[in-house]
Design a binder for this molecule. Structure first.
Ligand SMILES: Nc1ncnc2c1ncn2[C@@H]1O[C@H](COP(=O)(O)OP(=O)(O)O)[C@@H](O)[C@H]1O
Ligand SMILES: [Mg+2]
Length: 340
């Protein structure tokens, strides 16, 4: 039986750009799929197709058991989309915005009010609740958008880069909220450029690049393919590099890379903090003095390097992401994180 979100052979071209180049997805009910990819990979296009905002050139999609192309209105009733249907009204206060969404969804006034208060609190907007949204900063609007998408908890939700532009504290908070939602049975498709986020939240991850799924699996499977976390060691003396390398080889799940001039060795590992302690003990036991040691999570770039042999190409900024669409969906992420 197809899952709560199902797609088969989705193709969408814009001129010569194949934004979606044959995408298949299947998200079991009550699970989270992380669509992970760099800028321009096709994530937003996939979300727009699945949420009825864009017709694919070919392919099929079924969301909440309903054919997306045949019955778009029915699909819309069953889904929530971060920032989309909830288009923030600048002239209303944060609280009014959320209450209005509740009322649009036929909640009783009192329930809508209570829900609004709860969400404002959770998204750290209580202090600004009674100011018009016009006075909000970008991050605050983003949070209000997300809160609006959560007023009624729809069975299937889409969040397009929900934490892009959020500070770490708000990101953590949002993760908590997402986890609660999913614990309550919501099916979620989430797009992200952060491997850590997909790893943290998603049951399954699809890595997309140039409109194609280039890898899929659970976070553990993906980690196994990409070598998981990295231990990075900086040895104090250059002539101990070979010894340190030998130590790391004993713990590594892949090749150790050495940067001679910084005396830094990096190796993918599986085992986390406990393993780090063992590495330290072993280095110490051999009297290898270290200046620094740490465990680093793999990044999207690490994933791309191990899958494709090259780092993720960021779509050329001047390519843009197409004309701005409604709400947050087409909003360009406010990041200056070009190719690292
Ligand atoms: N409306 C549009 N018109 C023209 N090109 C578009 C449009 N929407 C997206 N694209 C192009 O399709 C590709 C995928 O874009 P998008 O789905 O927004 O990627 P992502 O969300 O992963 O950053 C990009 O090359 C983008 O420039
Ligand atoms: Mg996008």
């Amino acid at each position: 039986m197809p899952g709560a979100i199902y797609a088969e052979g989705l193709v969408k071209t814009f001129g010569d750009v194949r934004a979606l180049d044959g995408v298949d997805l299947d998200v079991p009910e009550g699970t989270v799929l992380g669509l992970l990819g760099p800028n321009g990979a096709g994530k937003t296009t996939a979300v727009r197709v699945l949420t009825t905002l864009l017709r694919p050139d070919s392919g099929r999609a079924v969301v909440a058991g309903v054919d997306v192309l045949k019955h778009p209105n029915e699909v819309r009733r069953a889904i929530g989309l971060s920032g989309q249907f909830a288009a923030v009204d600048e002239y209303l206060t944060g609280r009014e915005n959320l209450q209005m969404v509740g009322q649009l969804y036929q909640m009783k006034a009192r329930a809508a009010k209570a829900r609004a208060g709860e969400l404002l609190e959770r998204f750290n907007l209580s202090d600004a609740a009674d100011r018009t949204a016009k006075t909000y900063s970008g991050g605050m609007r983003r949070r209000l958008d997300l809160a609006a998408a959560l007023v009624v908890s729809p069975p299937v939700m889409f969040m397009d880069e929900p934490t892009t532009g959020l500070d770490p504290r708000n990101r953590q908070q949002l993760w908590g909220i997402i986890q609660e939602l999913v614990a309550g049975g919501t099916t979620l498709l989430l797009t992200t450029q952060y491997l850590e986020e997909a790893d943290h939240l998603a049951h399954d991850i699809c890595v997309v690049d140039h409109g194609k799924v280039i890898a899929r699996g659970t976070s553990d499977q993906l980690k196994a393919r990409t070598g998981g976390e990295r231990v990075e060691v900086v040895v104090h003396e250059r002539d101990r590099i070979p010894d340190a390398r030998e130590v790391l080889a004993g713990f590594g799940k892949g090749e150790t890379t050495v940067e001679e001039h910084t005396r830094k060795l990096t190796v993918p590992v599986a085992g986390g903090a406990k393993l780090l302690a063992e590495v330290i003990r072993e280095l110490d036991g051999r009297d290898i003095e270290i200046d620094d040691i740490g465990l680093r999570r793999p990044t999207l770039d690490d994933v791309f390097i191990s899958l494709t042999g090259h780092a993720a190409e960021r779509a050329a900024e001047e390519n843009g992401e197409g004309p701005p669409g409604p709400g947050a969906m087409a909003r360009k992420p406010a990041r200056k994180e070009a190719a690292k």
